[in-house]
Design a protein around this ligand. Sequence first.
Ligand SMILES: [Zn+2]
Length: 422
Amino acid sequence: MKKLAVVNGKIIDVEKGSILQKNLFIEDGKIVEVSEKEPDNSWEILDASDCYVAPGIFDMHVHLRDPGYEYKEDINTGLRAAVEGGVTRVAAMPNTNPVNDNISVTEYMIEKAEALFLAELYPIAAITMGQKGETLTEMGLLAEAGAVGFSDDGLPVENAEVMRRALEYASLFDKPIIAHEEDKNLSGDGVINEGRISTLMGLPGIPSTAEEAMIARDVLLAGYTGGKLHICHVSTKGSVEIIRWAKKRGIPVTAEAAIHHLTLTEEDLYKAGYNTNFKMNPPLRTEEDIDALYKGLADGTIDAIVTDHAPHSKSDKEVEFDKAPFGIIGLQTLLPLSLRLWKENILTLPELFKKLAYNPARILNIPGGSIKVGEPAYITVFNMEKYTFTEGMILSKSKNSPFIGWKLEGKKKFIIVKDKVL
Ligand SMILES: [Zn+2]
């Protein structure tokens, strides 16, 4: 029997909303005690002096590029970056090659991740075959094989009738539809937020309505069908308002924001020049949008904070701005950038880890996410060390981060993934 005792740390209790100076006891991957008791010599002691002991970060929106695009990232390098960033679990999007629309891909991802003994991987399977937006996948078989939800992320489900059927079908297996919300007719060939900056830079814009119109449609469909809808990477003020309205009406909707949308605006993109590491979809928005996202986090409209970790190689990204692919990496900067929300009094530490750990597990309907007796042990132990984030620190195969050179605060000391200490 493996017995771990995490001692001298400050434990973040997300359910009670408090921070406790206590010791944490784990046996065979399960939390068995949280108390002031000192462990005897039958326990392996892990010292967490000057550290916070938090529920393990669960990043429910990552792209690991494996199978098919291993030159950008693979399951091994992606999960190593996760561990280094203090992330104990990730949910991986299906836009691989082949697409995760059949159980052979789902099983491949799970088996490869399990053999590595790193962070845990939970596959999200596609809503439609080949993410083409036409024919629904075999959701029952995929759920049985281990898919925790369904998404065509990277692309919207354009046909409302297909989305309606997807919500109905996924609800039979109690899985969420995880929606990339974008009206492609409105976003067109846009590459950054439409507004003052797109005019200044002479780049085609993506209007905020491209996201909002699709969210409005999908919350109505969720309300009509009763199917669970989770909305990816919310980036605009209007989106927050629509989701708040939907939640008030009792529609089964949850939402996430990507950490870069909570950190950067289009002004930062402008200052950085035509740097493709500031190009993502949805695009960086305005100060007003960030303020609305903060309010949405604080009042519970936005349930989760994610990375949307999207590795792209140097050769992919080092092209003209409008030709570069969308997306940036984020697994190793999620923790310190999220801690800024605490430092800036937008969320308390327990509230923050509700968004980083507890709620993602609830949304995907899987155990863990709280430091409580009987729960599986997913733990992130971190301190408030200050450091400069350098390209040399990046364990991902791709280095496409706008945060290189940033002075950050908050670093993982170790994580616990059931009975593994990493
Ligand atoms: Zn997306």
